[in-house]
Design a protein around this ligand. Sequence first.
Ligand code: AQP
Length: 340
Amino acid sequence: RRIVFSGIQPTGTPHLGNFLGALQNWVKLQQDTSPNDILLFSIVGWHSLTLPQDPKRLSVARREMLAALLAVGLDPKRSTIFHQDENPHHTELSWVFNCITPVGKLRRMTTWKSRLATSRNANDESEVDESMLNTGLFTYPVLQAADILLYKATHVPVGEDQKQHIELARDIADTFNRQFSKTFPLPEYVATTTRRVLSLKDPASKMSKSSPDVSSRILLTDTEKEIRKKIRGAVTDSVTGVTYDPVNRPGTSNLLTILAACTNEDIYELAKRYEIKGHGDLKNDVADAVVKLLEQPRAEFERLQGEQEYLSQVAREGAERATAYSTLTMQEVRKSVGLT
Ligand code: AQP
């Protein structure tokens, strides 16, 4: 029996990258897995605090994220959909794991290294300045390991940038099993099918909820007009014709990635069809495909805004179910470490 766990941060409205890279995959899993498999999808509020958040906005985004998960097609009867912060076991287990995880291992996380790289002392490029970064940013992969192992998850579908964190979770599970008692399975990373979707304004970085430039991402809630405008304004290049060349032509290739993901086509065949066409044609077709893809989730998201009571009920029942699963794990953990 498979136990699948994945999470998303309530750091803003989900965008096309989240949809193609994660949410769509979760819905597919829901359709493809055996009824015996357990599926858990969590809105990981504690993780979002690693970067400064406006409390009022976070509270709204947290509620909207639940509506977005339902709007894309997750079914609360089939999947346990819940707020991480409504099950206290996540932070409890994360503390236990903090106490068996060497600092050196966390320093090797590429997510931490890239944070350090962006906070280098402006006057001295070689100097790495840790003093400006909070401890949560350093230890959040441990909290992520707790999220996964609390439910004894066997499969974790996440983006490629998270692969190293799943390896860390395996490592932590193995350490715990050896040091105390065999409690956790070693979870497997499940790759998502779509390449990373890049920012429409800066194709050197990924499309992201927290980028200050709102025109860099397409939101699940964008109107047709907004979608078309953002895609028309996407940064490409001045080379004539369209080719798939992610290294030299990241902006153009990103549009092909999006179109291939929306239409389920092979990206190289798609690129061949556009060879003799221009960026204008490509952008028009990408806009059509994205409008079509997001039409239903957007309408459903809007409908759910009028169903606040139903949303609260889904959150409550999800948290109850998640806590029921993890209570058993925490009993085992407490017994193993001697805190009973
Ligand atoms: N651009 C992307 N392309 C494909 N997949 C993506 N994911 C995120 N961005 C892209 C995948 O979405 C899932 C949830 O991500 P997250 O909310 O946990 O955090 P993130 O990866 O840091 O995503 P964002 O949107 O960039 O949020 P912020 O701006 O808050 O950091 C993950 O499976 C992720 O791989």
